[in-house]
Structure formats: structure tokens, C-alpha cells
Design a protein around this ligand. Structure first.
Ligand code: HEM
Length: 262
């Protein structure tokens, strides 16, 4: 076996792969969060639908997306392989979880938290990503005033209308820019009118929070970037940014739509 293959089939190598894919997924979360901020705009989804279009039609972003799907699968698969390996090495559970009992709750439950997140991602991608790519969604036609870009009129077009019309153009005579985009905003806004669905998202964000509180710091330890000079910064980012701020802002999105409908 080559040195390279040997490294990645060892327990440390597998942990290294988990750390690198995990940190890549953390970077995705920041981009996804910032992009989804468009949902808060009071423009009937014009900015959000344009953003969704860009994310799915710009080749470099599409390439990164495939890297993202691969990372999710590899991260989950290696977590399973490592857990099974640990069980095999210690087939009879300890009567008393010596040493382990003192480790934080998050570190002992990364598997459960990760499984909840995987289920969440499957449901989430099925409801939004899959629909955007495969369902016959209606189009939103935005007429944006050239004089006052805040003045946006929206109307709905059937799913097969896009190919019939010349979209995304400036009508100088009418003083308007016309933008036509698949109405993913409507799908998201509608999904978040159901209280149990919003609750599912909020609970998943709690799992995300605990998963990242341990996972972020642990990844840096595995790759050896845990010099004591940097530990306070890594701890701060792991707990307050990835563990608190990011999950809170994600959870705010479904809650925002639920409250908007009351
Ligand atoms: C709670 C607020 C969230 C909202 C409103 C939201 C919304 C969306 C929407 C509309 C899409 C499809 C369009 C697109 O690809 O951008 C999407 C894709 C996706 N979401 Fe989310 N999302 C949220 C949170 C999350 C979280 C916390 C995760 C991960 C734990 C996640 C993982 C993904 C993935 C992996 C995709 C596919 C991305 C791609 O194809 O490039 N989302 N999300």
C-alpha cells in the first residue's frame, strides 16, 4: 500500500479527512447563510430568486457544489466507519465510561447530532434543492422601476412560460427592467408557514449548534493547528460564531416567515 493510501486508511487519516471535509462544510454554511439573507428583503423574492439563479447557473459555483455534495457524503461515511472501528476495537462496552464520562456531552454525542443533521439535509434538499432543479415551478416576473429600484411590481407566470418570453431586459420606453426567474422564494415562504416544519428547522439548528461547538475545535486539533496562542480564537469562533450566531441566524429565517404570516 502506498504511503498516501496508508495514511488515509489509518484512524488518524480518517479523522483528518473528517476534519477537512467538516471545515469545508463550515465555509459553505457561511456562504449559504449570507446568500439566504436575501430572504429578509421586502422585494417579493427578487434578490433571492436572482441569487438562486446565479448559484445554479455559474459554472465555478456548480463545480464547488459537487465538491460540497461529495464532502457531505464522505464526512458522514467516515463518521460511520470510525464509529464502527471503535466498536470493533472495544466490543464490550465499558461498565463505567471511564474518562469518557467527564468529556463534554457534545463530544460524546457527535454521532447522534450528525445523524440528525444528515436527516435534516436530506429533507431540506428534497424540499428546496430538488424542487428547484426538477419540479415545474412557476416563474415570477419582476418589473423594476429604473427611476426607483425599490418600486418592484411582481406577477406570476406558469412554469412553461420562460421559453416563450424574452426575459431579463430593460424596457427603456416603459422605464422598467424586467427580470423573470423561477420562483424558489415562494416555495421557501410557503414551506415556512407550517408551524411543525418551522419547529423541525429550529430543532435541527439546535443540533447544528452542538455539533459545531465540539466539531469546529476538534477539527483544528486533528489537523494540528491547536497552538496555545490560537486556542482562544479557535474556541471563540467555534462556540460563539459557529455554535451560536450562525445557527441562530439560520433559525431566524423560518421563524421570520412564520411570524410574517400571522
Ligand atoms: C434554516 C435556514 C435555511 C434556508 C432558508 C435554506 C434554504 C435553502 C435553499 C432555498 C436551497 C436551494 C437553493 C440553493 O441551492 O441555494 C438550499 C440548498 C442547500 N442547503 Fe439550505 N437553507 C437553510 C439552512 C441550511 C443548513 C443549516 C444547511 C446545512 C446544515 C443547509 C444545507 C443545504 C445544502 C447542502 C444545499 C444544497 C446546496 C447546493 O446545491 O449548492 N441549509 N438551502
Amino acid at each position: 500500500m502506498s504511503n498516501f493510501a496508508q495514511t488515509f486508511s489509518s484512524s488518524l487519516g480518517k479523522k483528518l479527512i473528517m476534519s477537512l471535509t467538516g471545515l469545508f462544510l463550515c465555509t459553505f454554511l457561511i456562504v449559504h447563510l449570507v446568500g439566504n439573507f436575501q430572504l429578509f428583503k421586502d422585494d417579493n423574492g427578487q434578490a433571492f430568486n436572482s441569487y438562486a439563479y446565479l448559484m445554479t447557473h455559474f459554472t465555478p459555483i456548480k463545480v464547488v457544489s459537487y465538491l460540497l455534495y461529495t464532502s457531505i457524503i464522505v464526512h458522514a461515511l467516515y463518521a460511520l466507519i470510525l464509529t464502527m472501528g471503535n466498536r470493533k476495537a472495544r466490543p464490550v462496552g465499558y461498565a463505567v465510561q471511564a474518562g469518557n464520562a467527564n468529556s463534554p456531552w457534545t463530544s460524546r454525542n457527535m454521532g447522534i447530532l450528525g445523524t440528525i443533521l444528515l436527516i435534516f439535509i436530506v429533507i431540506h434538499m428534497g424540499d428546496f434543492w430538488w424542487k428547484y432543479h426538477n419540479a415545474e415551478l412557476p416563474y415570477a416576473k419582476y418589473e423594476i422601476s429604473l427611476d426607483n429600484p425599490q418600486d418592484i411590481k411582481v406577477s406570476e407566470l406558469p412554469w412553461d412560460a420562460k421559453r416563450l418570453i424574452h426575459s431579463d431586459y430593460v424596457d427603456t420606453q416603459a422605464g422598467k427592467e424586467i427580470v423573470v426567474s423561477k420562483d424558489l422564494y415562494k416555495v421557501v415562504a410557503k414551506a415556512f408557514t407550517t408551524p411543525w416544519y418551522v419547529a423541525l428547522y429550529v430543532l435541527s439548528m439546535v443540533a447544528l449548534s452542538f455539533h459545531l461547538i465540539h466539531g469546529f475545535r476538534s477539527a483544528f486539533q486533528t489537523i494540528g493547528w491547536d497552538h496555545k496562542k490560537y486556542v482562544p480564537l479557535i474556541r471563540f469562533l467555534g462556540v460563539w460564531i459557529f455554535g451560536v450566531l450562525i445557527p441562530l441566524l439560520f433559525a431566524a429565517m423560518p421563524i421570520f416567515f412564520l411570524l410574517k404570516n400571522y
